[in-house]
Design a protein around this ligand. Structure first.
Ligand code: NAP
Length: 323
């Protein structure tokens, strides 16, 4: 019997969105503790575009299939993959073979149950954005109920995830979006005060209205970090989730109120922290407090268009590839 083939996006040379090509490749076979997932939807994350250019710290061997996030069903299991059965609904946070494909090979530890109330498109929005939001808020930011949170860039994958987590945790939420549509979504999702991050003087207004922010989750630190420091309360912290360049800051702004700038990357989470993250996400999915919002959907053949879309502003929910 010949190898089974599947459609998959492949990158043969680092470059622009046109580097994403749809091809037939062999369906992987799970060994040991590995799991083969039949992908129904794949999440598109900004990091997928950074890796595609070849300029990112993590460079996969060429050719490779992009993507770490997917949702679907278990298609096959290695002999040592425990606690799952063929046909189970799952989402992935990380894969071995890439998620922009009909099937994704994963380590058992990268696969988590997906409740039936959460559809596959929503499941594909969990792995990176929700795990990042949880780590930024609770593991790095030490967020507490009742604290005042600014989600600086709340309309995208991580921002909306943080918003839902913070609503469930009982925080007082200030949030920003770049378009009226995005801001309406953020308001509908439970933000208590919503601002336009392109408007003149909006951070002064946030500072005045809040009386001091306890935590800023910052999606674009190279633009906002210096001014973020001016809205913090005593003991406040900025968690740097995203940054796309350099910025000059005034360190003096951190001194009087003893504030902190905290970096974060999901890649640094220990296995124990990863388990904590997905236990918390599982509880939120089960009780209905976590429900990803999908913005744009693309077919596998249009993965390049999905990469173009995620680099644009005017975000309004998560971008996914559906099958
Ligand atoms: P996304 O879905 O593309 O969303 C991007 C967000 O940035 C949108 O809410 C967008 O708002 C907002 N934004 C644009 N201009 C802004 C500005 N001037 N000030 C504040 N926010 C602004 O991307 P994502 O998946 O949420 O990821 C967000 C960032 O976090 C990316 O840079 C990504 O690389 C990074 N990230 C880091 C980690 C990590 O481990 N550290 C993990 C995941 C993601 P509008 O479009 O409404 O203007």
């Amino acid at each position: 019997m010949g190898e089974r083939l599947m459609r998959a996006v492949r990158v043969h040379a680092f470059g622009g969105p046109e580097a994403l090509r749809c091809e037939d490749v062999p369906v992987p076979v799970p060994q040991g503790s590995q799991v083969l997932v039949k992908v129904e939807a794949a999440g598109v994350n900004p990091v997928d575009t950074y890796i595609r250019t070849g300029a990112y710290a993590r460079k996969p061997a060429l050719p490779y299939t992009p993507g770490s996030d997917a949702a679907g069903t278990v298609a096959a299991l290695g002999a040592e993959a425990e606690g799952l059965a063929v046909g189970d609904r799952v989402y992935t946070s990380g894969t071995l073979s890439g998620s922009y494909a009909e099937y994704a090979l994963c380590e058992r530890t990268q696969v988590y149950p997906l409740p039936t109330a959460v559809d596959f498109a929503q499941g594909a929005a969990l792995g990176t954005p929700y795990a990042t939001a949880y780590r930024a808020l609770f593991q790095r930011g030490s967020a507490r109920p009742g604290e005042k949170l600014l989600i600086h860039g709340a309309t995208g994958g991580v921002g909306l995830a943080a918003l839902q987590l913070a609503v469930a945790a009982g925080m007082r939420i200030f949030a920003t979006g770049g378009t009226a549509e995005g801001r309406a979504l953020v308001r509908e999702q439970g933000a208590h005060a919503v601002f336009d991050h392109h408007a003149e003087g909006y951070l002064d207004e946030i500072g005045a209205r809040s009386g001091g922010i306890d935590i800023v989750l910052e999606m674009l630190a190279n633009v906002n970090l210096d001014r973020d420091l001016t809205v913090l309360s005593a003991g406040g912290r900025v968690v740097v989730v995203g940054s796309r360049g350099r910025i000059e800051i005034d360190p003096r702004a951190t001194m009087q109120r003893e504030t902190a700038i905290i970096g974060m990357t999901l890649f640094a989470a220990t296995p124990r922290e990863v388990a904590e993250i997905h236990a918390a996400l599982g509880a939120g999915l089960a009780n209905g407090s976590l429900r990803p919002v999908i913005g744009k959907r693309f077919s596998l053949a249009d993965a390049g268009k999905a990469h173009e879309a995620i680099t644009q502003t005017g975000t309004c929910g998560k971008i996914i590839i559906h099958f």
